[in-house]
Design a binder for this molecule. Structure first.
Ligand code: DAH
Length: 345
């Protein structure tokens, strides 16, 4: 009797030490398996006499039932522990703050473009768009810059297959838009009737072989064009001054037109501005090229330069954005660094 109590205790200890169902099955085999301790005791019964066999058999059975009960208790305990572990692993801490999806914002160049479009829109300008891969004709020749013209060297650029270029400026849009406009009003023109004025801006990407803190191989310009029967430099001046004041939201600035040269305008001027206050106070900053559209360019638009006249300008959008947002290095706009970009949200 004593021996079986001790056996049950050992079984209990062995089962208790089993940490996994597999370990428990091993322990089970040691007691209840074919060559386990309980089974060995059973086998010994055969050699006993009838009375002893009966008494001992009952004890062994009792011990076996005890061991089986211990085993199933341990099985259940292990299964419960495993379930508890699994539940804990799968638990959700609903008190944690959610993972937000970062809210995006418009790129500062996009914002500057939208401002420019809104301001010129309020002055009656249409917005036109055109190809960044441009033909030699539109990018240069139609703008009075033939193949051997020295001004081409200022526009060192990327040539692509077929003799096309990545446009070096938005000025080709002057021709593209004017030609479209003239075509749309062909009938009126042929009948000698007045043509509605051309009043358009064309913002977009431009390309040159240039790279430093104030030049990027890809940059942005906005072209402006206003052609009619009596559009003068005076109009250029009032339009551009209004634009700059609206763009920078201040009248505390000066603007000057400095004589310059462009093949597609005559006369030509560079437009400089100077803030009356702030960190850039007192410094002339160049913001645009401009001029009265050259008669040859008017002709290339399909119009008679004796009748039609007007102005054009081409401004650097990146430059305007740098001045407006106080950004010193142009490259920040194109690095894609969220620490910089998120400041404009
Ligand atoms: N396209 C010129 C450039 O990129 C800028 C320019 C100058 C545009 C005079 C004009 C203009 O429309 O009239 O350097």
């Amino acid at each position: 009797m004593e021996a079986f109590t001790e056996l049950a205790q050992r079984a209990e200890q062995a089962f208790g030490e089993a940490r996994t169902p597999a370990e428990l099955e091993d322990a089970k085999a040691r007691f209840l398996g074919k060559s386990g301790e309980v089974t060995a005791q059973m086998k010994q019964l055969a050699s006993l006499g009838a009375d002893e066999k009966k008494a001992r058999g009952a004890e062994i059975n009792a011990a076996k039932q005890r061991v089986e009960a211990l085993l199933s208790a341990r099985r259940q305990a292990l299964a419960e522990a495993e379930l508890a572990l699994q539940l804990r692993a799968e638990s959700l801490d609903i008190t944690l703050p959610g993972r937000r999806r970062g809210s995006g914002g418009l790129h500062p160049i996009t914002r500057a473009m939208e401002r420019i479009e809104a301001i010129f829109g309020s002055m009656g300008f249409e917005v036109a768009d055109g190809p960044e891969i441009e033909t030699d004709w539109f990018n240069f020749t139609a703008l009075n810059t033939p193949a051997d013209h020295p001004a081409r060297s200022m526009h060192d650029t990327f040539y692509v297959e077929g003799g096309n270029v990545l446009r070096t400026h938005t000025s080709p849009m002057q021709i593209r838009h004017a030609v479209r406009h003239v075509k749309a009003h062909r009938a009126a023109l042929d009948a000698g009737l007045p043509m509605p004025e051309i009043r358009v801006i064309a913002p977009g990407r431009t390309y040159r072989v240039d790279s430093d803190a104030t030049h990027s191989p890809m940059f942005h310009q906005v072209e402006g064009l206003w052609i009619g029967e009596s559009i003068s430099f005076k109009d250029l001046k009032s339009v551009y001054v209004s634009f700059i004041r609206a763009f920078f939201e201040t009248s505390d600035l000066q603007i000057r037109f400095r004589p310059s040269y462009f093949p597609f305008t005559e006369p030509s001027a560079e437009i400089d501005m100077m803030f009356g206050s702030g960190p850039l106070k007192g410094r002339w900053l160049e913001v645009s090229g401009s001029g009265q559209v050259h008669p040859q360019v008017i002709r290339n638009m399909g119009l008679d330069p004796e009748r039609y006249i007007g102005f054009a300008f081409g401004s650097g959008i990146d430059r305007l954005a740098m001045l407006r947002y106080g950004v010193a290095d142009l490259r920040l706009f194109f690095d894609g660094d969220l620490r910089f970009l998120s400041q404009f949200k």
